[in-house]
Design a protein around this ligand. Structure first.
Ligand code: CTP
Length: 403
């Protein structure tokens, strides 16, 4: 396949050498189009040796060959890595003031962008709008990952690793993804909550629930595998649930419902898909004792007064922005299938979510188990999917429906 790799002027340009190398080793014909700025970060001879082709950067070079359109016309896939905020803005606006801009504008090939920039730039409303515009036109994204940036800061904005970009490019080249791997959440911002909140009574005790976090974490993993940029808010997960988690998943640990609320509302603004898999305590003790509650002081009975916690899902639905998809969970003990469906349909409508994932729980069912059985209701109240099996395949089935 004829692949054009566009390299733009960010420090991550040095990593683009490995993207070119990976695509060449995968048997593709690779033509590098570098901006002038990119060539300040990485040398032309390096790129020519690795791509085994001349590197193009000049708009007024080889004018007789009409190169400014020929490259784009011949391309079967265009990968831009790194794609700076400036380049993303130019592509969104359809600007053609350099060879890369011309090549992209003159091409009908699928486009994959690997953004790389500082967190503030990635989260700037201008960039957010440009990325949304490009997505609406079918442009795909890989990354950015969250991590150490060029300076001392860290956060989302770091270019995806070259291997990941090559894998994404090969998936796009294969028409969306090779067998068993769908790239349908490529670059999407996904927020997942997992686990169960705990409400302290005193420094050593809490009111909690038996959620292990396995199903929520499985959803975070499945979303990352489909190319999403995932934030996972983890409330008191069972030991080992996070083992082997992909580096591209940013994890925030919380314990109480109020902490979960704060973390969720902070991340919700930029999320395109929110999955509230966490089991959230509806009530918390009105007061938390500063020291251990002692039975000598309480006598034969102890009364706890609980107050309502905020309904986080309700707040998310109220503040939902255009195009944001919200998925709620309902863990129910109703044994009768018809009554369970009726209850779930009512809860879906009451919560106002786009999808409600319903599972039956009990003394022996679901909690802590590696398996689950769920049904997914959509906004019409229709039962659109059923899934059972290990929590990872249930997670994938849920994402098949919502992606
Ligand atoms: N949830 C939430 N905030 C709460 C309670 C629940 O965001 N304070 C979310 C859960 O993460 C889950 C969904 O709401 O996605 C399930 O709520 P559930 O407790 O089943 O619904 P309720 O309306 O509280 O109904 P019930 O009276 O059956 O508990």
């Amino acid at each position: 396949m004829n692949i054009v790799v566009g390299i733009t002027g960010g420090i991550a340009a040095y990593k683009a050498v490995n993207v070119v190398r990976g695509l060449v080793l995968a048997g593709h014909e690779v033509h590098v189009v570098a901006t002038e700025a990119a060539l300040r970060f990485v040398g032309r001879p390096t790129l020519e040796a690795i791509s085994r082709n001349p590197v193009h950067s000049e708009l007024y070079e080889a004018v007789a060959e009409v190169r400014h359109v020929a490259i784009g016309q011949a391309a079967e896939l265009i990968v831009v890595a790194p794609a700076t905020a400036n380049t993303i803005a130019k592509i969104a606006a359809g600007l053609a003031d350099d060879l890369l801009g011309n090549s992209i504008l003159a091409s009908k090939a699928p486009i994959l962008l690997a953004p790389a920039m500082h967190t503030e730039m990635w989260q700037n409303p201008a960039t957010v709008a440009n990325v949304a515009t490009l997505r609406a036109r079918g442009v795909q994204f890989v990354g950015p990952a969250s991590g150490q940036l060029t300076g001392s800061d860290s956060g989302p904005g770091r270019m995806a690793e070259p291997d990941e970009i090559v894998a994404a490019a090969l998936a796009v080249a294969a028409g969306g993804g090779p067998a068993g791997h769908r790239a349908d959440l490529m670059g999407r911002r996904v927020l997942v909550t997992a686990g169960g909140t705990r409400e302290p009574l005193d420094p050593v005790r809490f009111i909690g629930n038996r959620s292990s976090g396995k199903q929520g974490v499985a959803i975070a993993r499945a979303a990352a595998a489909r190319g999403a940029e995932v934030t996972l808010i983890a409330a008191n997960l069972d030991e080992g649930v996070l083992t082997g988690l992909a580096g591209s998943i940013a994890v925030r640990h919380v314990s109480t419902t109020l902490e979960l609320q704060e973390a969720v509302l902070l991340a919700a603004g930029t999320a395109e898909l929110i999955v509230m898999a966490a089991a959230v305590a509806d009530y918390r003790p009105e007061t938390v004792a500063a020291g251990k509650i002692r039975k000598e002081a309480q006598g034969d009975s102890l009364q706890l007064r609980l107050v309502r916690n905020p309904d986080i899902l309700h707040e998310l639905v109220q503040g939902r922005h255009d195009g944001q998809v919200i998925v709620g969970f309902a863990a129910e003990t109703e044994p009768d299938a018809a009554a369970l469906l009726e209850l779930a349909v009512a809860k879906r409508a009451r919560k106002g979510v786009d999808y409600l994932v319903v599972n039956r729980v009990g003394w022996t069912e679901t909690f802590g188990s590696d398996d689950n059985a769920v049904m997914v209701l959509d906004a019409t109240g229709g039962n659109v999917a059923q899934a059972h099996g290990d929590k990872q395949s249930v997670a994938d089935r849920i994402l098949d429906v919502v992606a």
